[in-house]
Design a binder for this molecule. Structure first.
Ligand code: NCD
Ligand code: ZN
Length: 347
């Protein structure tokens, strides 16, 4: 119905890359405009490894916020093989850090300091199970012989399931899931397992990226999959199951670094994420489930209060969104799904 509006609790973004310095200053207002809180990814260069690193990164984010913004960055630590379990425990106990991020070494942007030998992080995982601090997992194996389209499903069998079995009580968020296999695993995972889903994986498949020309702004990791997986993701997101919640994985790179012979992975979705999400839920006749996915399930998983503030979305003619956001590190191309989006954030 044209002219419809939808008012929901202000959403949170449970997976966000803000970067640092001039890039952060340019992109931060886009998230702060629509979201109350976000889990801030620690894959800076160098990464956010210690509680001390997280505290100073948080200060830099708060200092860069637009005047009057109440956006709250929720900090994470980047797990390395040398991470000190006592530092993680202190960071969790103080409330500074809300999760620890596991990157398999080499899996994605700035993951070189990630984990190669999963036995070497057992001590940290045991402390996290005791303190109930969630582990956010980039779930892809990196062995070169595993096809890039299979890396998520193989990770679940070879790494994630064994880690969860030998660490009872460990709370895990499967980040940016992309496959029917991940949906099935998270659906049956019990209360200690959650999964975030991005907007691009709900809207696109690999044909959108590769058929009729290569579209570098659709290249992200985990990579867009075969079209059969997308309906499974949409079904999970719109199911009302509290295991599934929004993590945009908005990952800005300067346009020149994406439109390149070897382009960076990441879709910059922050400015359009909610509008796109409303389109997905509307198309699935599930607008009544949007608030759960975007504003409730994540907060409940992380044990945080729901936001009292509200946001209103309005439906109308297809919206023309800005194509670029200017930053001190150059322009960043805003995600454009290439199909009509009728929703916009009204207030
Ligand atoms: C992210 C980035 O650029 O930091 N890129 C991406 O394609 N999603 C890293 C990540 O979340 O994998
Ligand atoms: Zn990410």
């Amino acid at each position: 119905m044209s002219g419809a509006t939808l008012t929901i609790r202000r959403p949170d973004d449970w997976h966000l890359h803000l970067r640092d310095g001039a890039m952060m200053e340019g992109v931060l207002p886009c998230s702060a405009a629509h979201f109350a809180r976000a889990i801030i990814m620690p894959n800076l260069s160098p990464p956010v490894v210690t509680a001390h690193d997280a505290a100073s990164y948080r200060d830099r984010i708060l200092a860069a916020l637009p005047k009057g913004s109440e956006f709250e960055p929720l900090m994470t630590l980047y797990l390395t093989e040398n991470t000190d379990p006592a530092d993680v425990k202190a960071a969790a106990d103080s409330g500074l850090v809300k999760a620890v991020k596991l990157y398999p070494a080499g899996a994605t942007t700035n993951s070189a300091d990630g984990v190669r030998d999963f036995d070497r992080i057992r001590g940290v995982l045991e402390v996290m199970a005791e303190t109930r601090l969630p582990l956010c997992v980039h779930g892809e194996v990196t062995r070169p012989e595993v096809d890039i389209f299979d890396r998520e499903a193989v990770f679940i069998d070879e790494v994630l399931d064994p880690i969860r079995r030998r660490t009872p009580g460990l709370r895990v968020v499967m980040e940016h899931i992309t496959t029917a296999e991940a949906v099935a695993y998270a659906t049956d995972g019990g209360g200690d397992l959650g999964a975030t889903i991005t907007v691009q994986h709900l809207m696109l498949d690999r044909n959108d990226m590769l058929a009729g020309g290569i579209r570098p702004h659709f290249y992200c990791l985990p990579i867009l999959k075969r079209g059969t997986h997308r309906p499974a993701l949409v079904k999970a997101a719109t199911s009302g199951n509290p295991a599934f919640f929004l993590g945009t994985d908005s990952a800005p790179h300067a346009t020149a670094a994406k439109e390149s012979a070897c382009g960076c992975a990441g879709c910059f979705t922050a400015p359009v994420a909610l509008a796109c999400l409303a389109e997905v839920f509307d198309t699935a006749a599930a607008l009544d489930r949007l608030e759960g996915f975007a504003s409730k399930h994540g907060a409940s998983f992380y044990g945080l209060p729901l936001n009292d503030a509200k946001i209103t979305l309005r439906k109308g003619d297809p919206v023309e969104f800005p194509r670029l956001v200017q930053t001190g590190d150059g322009p960043v191309t805003v995600f454009d799904p290439g199909k009509p989006v009728h929703w916009r954030v009204a207030s």
